[in-house]
Ligand binder design. Structure first.
Ligand code: THG
Length: 361
């Protein structure tokens, strides 16, 4: 099996040592950073995630930090989502678009205050995009990508574990809100969020020094909750309809096509607004159930209705809990609405499938 050549371009994280010690067997590269894709068996991990608690090194979710007098003005220019009601302890999932309305990233944005936002990015160089916009317009901001590394604690037992390490204040953190809590004398931003539908937290760890001490403390405290080192789980994310930028959605797609219309409600004259309104809206992200055996989905699988092309499948995997293949695809809105029987062309053959009205979780 081939391996990833170590180099400084493929960044390690404050938790890499811990991931290695746990016996990682596969990595992907996300934002030029190592991201474990398998730590042991992902089917076992999937069942474990739904019953226990896991610790994930998601430092690859880099922070594009915007600070300064024009931070708020820049955010309102970049965000299709209405920020009027965003509180100083709040996180927003926002599909960021370019001038043509195409999605350039789908980050979680954290509001630190009126003059500071962190954009917790998906896999595209959003730092350069934000810098380009701000520099071209001469905005009074400092934009950088500090060494702040999210560490995810996910699963039904995550709250009990987090209380043990950070105290009972953990219980008062609402969904997509954060508190600044103390660990070993250091203040850390802790949010109730994460890339799973099982509930959990993300700790934004500043710098490298506290990375492994925090990791080891959480692992030790988690023993009684049967904690495991894991990583974002492919099966669970597809069941939950969590989109993967670069796979399910790209710059080819608008937030409407991505099924993220509810996050496009800004009243500002945000970048891309005019074009976004003019662009056709003929296809949309759908949950798709596929029959038979399927291989790993590592290329677009064409979708057909009575022999005519109506879209693509972009993520697919067998779901043990639902006993079927669960998939995400971009499908013609009118020709193949929910309930439509379709065919999906995998690299090992054509499969019967059905467009669903909802995801599984
Ligand atoms: N956490 C943080 N940063 C991230 C991710 C994360 N950056 C990259 C990537 N993940 C961004 N993508 C997503 C996609 C979905 C969600 C979060 C990040 C998500 N969605 C919820 C849902 O669909 O149920 C709720 C969204 C909402 O209602 O606001 O959680 O995981 N730090």
């Amino acid at each position: 099996m081939a391996t990833i050549t170590p180099s400084l371009r493929t960044r390690r994280t404050p938790f890499s040592e811990g991931v290695e010690k746990a016996g990682v067997t596969s990595y992907t590269v996300y934002n030029h950073t190592l991201l474990a894709s398998q730590v042991g068996n992902y089917v076992e991990d999937y069942h474990h995630l739904k019953r226990n608690v896991q610790i994930w090194d998601v430092a690859c979710e880099k922070q594009v930090r915007i600070r300064g007098f024009d931070a708020e003005r820049l955010m309102r220019l970049l965000s299709p989502r209405n920020l009027d009601k965003m509180q100083d302890d709040q996180c927003f999932y926002i599909p960021m678009i370019d001038r043509n309305g195409g999605i350039v990233n789908d980050p979680v944005v954290i509001k630190i205050g009126i003059s500071e936002y962190w954009i917790s990015i998906a896999d595209s160089d959003y730092l350069l995009y934000a810098l380009g916009v701000a520099d071209a317009l001469n905005f009074d901001v400092i934009i950088d990508e500090p060494d702040i590394s999210p560490l995810a604690i996910q699963g039904p037992k995550s709250e009990d574990l987090m209380v043990k390490v950070f105290g009972t204040e953990i219980r008062d953190i609402r969904f997509f809100r954060y508190k600044k809590l103390n660990f070993a004398g250091r203040e850390m931003l802790v949010a109730r969020s994460g890339y799973s539908k099982q509930g959990g937290f993300e700790i934004y760890v500043d710098g490298f020094d506290y990375g492994m001490p925090l990791w080891d403390t959480l692992l030790a405290a988690g023993e009684e909750f049967n904690i495991k080192v894991g990583c974002p789980n492919l099966i669970e994310r597809i069941e939950g309809g969590l989109l993967s930028y670069g796979n399910d959605i790209t710059r080819e797609h608008t937030p409407f096509e991505a099924g993220l219309a509810k996050f496009v409600n800004s009243k500002e004259d945000f970048l891309g607004k005019a074009k976004l309104k003019q662009r056709p809206f003929n296809r949309i992200i759908r949950a798709i159930q596929i029959d038979g055996e399927i291989p790993p989905c590592e290329r677009h699988w064409p979708v057909f209705l009575k022999g005519k092309r109506v879209g693509n499948v972009t993520s697919a995997i067998f779901s043990p809990d639902f006993g079927c293949n669960a998939a995400i695809g971009m499908i013609d809105v009118e020709k193949a609405p929910p309930g439509t029987k379709i065919e999906v062309e995998t690299q090992i053959g054509l499969r019967d499938a059905r467009v669903r009205s909802k995801f599984w979780l």
